[in-house]
Write a protein that binds this ligand. Sequence first.
Ligand code: MN
Ligand code: MN
Length: 299
Amino acid sequence: MIDKYKKAGKIVSEVRKSAVDYIKEDMKIIDLIEFVENKIVELGGRPAFPCNVSINEVTAHYTSPIGDEKIINSGDLVKIDLGAHINGYIADTAISVLIGDESENHDYHLKMIDASYEALESGISAVRAGVEIGKVGEAIENAINNKGFNSVSNLTGHSMDRWILHSGVSVPNIKENNPHLLEEGDILAIEPFATDGIGRVTDTNEAHIFRFLRDRPMRLIHAKRALNKIKSNYKNLPFAQRWLQEQFSEHHLNNAMRMLISSRAIYPYHVLREKSNAVVAQSEHTVIVESDGCFIITE
Ligand code: MN
Ligand code: MN
């Protein structure tokens, strides 16, 4: 089990590094996303969720819809968030990249990225068995505040379990009186977000990432087929509509997805943006809690 976590961690850290080399100005977002997802498979893993490429005030949960024409521009602060699993054992990591070096806010945005990374390091330093989880949030928030930014308070890290990306424990990004104690062997994704905005995210109307919720009787044959494929291919892990496009016509897939959402057979993750439309930076690692610290599997 630990070996599988370590293997998944090695894959995502290698793909994260390749993605940083690969990303460039004027590239389509979907090209970066497909590069990441294909590379995970090449290295022997499966994507644990669609690669998220969230830009500037878009904070999380953006993946490309089918035929996405959106471009990465000079000056963009791009958050690349990727996950891989080996037989359900998940590693989750994210990095922020600033595109080009000519934007007016270049140094300021680099400092924001540093703040999220230092907060990640501080949060990780606070992790060991027996520590109250609120202390991890406190370390994260302090590190971000010390750099002159705000921590995004309503996004959190999360515990993970086999086939489960969010397995019930939230790792706060702010100081919190949460008495939950970390235990040896816990698998945690730690993911601070730094911003100069108010530090809250809100839902947009867009959703391109989904997750199986429950079986529902579907009258429409394509909806029934899609639900069966989703269940068997991704279990409870998030997926993108893109991933089903080869097996259905566009029209049938759109109808099926609409029906699956409205019958609550699948859950849509809405794209999140910072509420005051401020730019946000993110850094993320997955760790295994140990008696005297933790092991970073995505380093
Ligand atoms: Mn992530
Ligand atoms: Mn995560």
